[in-house]
Unconditional design. Sequence first.
Length: 147
Amino acid sequence: MTLVPADLRFALNLNGHASRLHRARETAFDPWPVVKFFNPVGAATWIATEIDSDGDTLFGLADLGFGCPELGCFSLAEIAAVRLPFGLGIERDAYFDPLGPLSDWTEAARRLGSVSLAEKALLRRKLDRLLPDPSLAVQRADGGAGS
């Protein structure tokens, strides 16, 4: 599997250009993640929002599994060069759902201690919006009186 196919590289490049424009204008920029990489035999996870003009330096949230996810830059070439047991390497999550802007990911990951737990919390938030709690609907229907 290609770590960053052409469509994702295009989106990362667009975010990189937008980030530089916002920085030059001194305005806020909070992009949604484009890609997620993970260690299939460990706890390391990276989500990236943009790629630098050098074509290698990604920016996003990195979690090496020590309980302290950090925003910063990381090298695509270094991630691609990682060799793991059983002939495995770092993989891209082909079914990654960005779920929210990078600031939401960062806040949740720092609060919960990992990108994986942040992803679960953000997914729960998304599902809660799509599928409201039926008990709340019953309470609203009877004026909040309960049973």
